[in-house]
Design a protein around this ligand. Structure first.
Ligand SMILES: [Zn+2]
Length: 77
């Protein structure tokens, strides 16, 4: 009976630990976030968007960023 218990524990430990050992990089520190990937706030719907994916408002050089073309249009008009 004790052997069965030990085997069960061994199988459990292996199934939990093996996937972790196979991809040790996934648990490492995250790479530094690029400047273009910082979060910007959509002034229309108050949503935070990644800058590289955000829609830039037209016009001024300091135009805000939007989550979608629709929000950009709403802000202008
Ligand atoms: Zn929006």
């Amino acid at each position: 009976m004790r052997v069965v218990l030990l085997l069960a524990v061994a199988v459990l430990v292996l199934t939990v630990l093996l996937p972790l050992l196979r991809r040790p990089l996934a648990r490492g520190p995250r790479p530094p976030v690029a400047l273009s990937d910082e979060l910007v706030k959509d002034p229309v719907c108050q949503t935070y968007v990644v800058r590289s994916r955000a829609v830039r408002g037209r016009g001024a050089t300091d135009a805000p960023y939007f989550c979608s073309e629709e929000c950009a249009r709403r802000y202008v008009g």
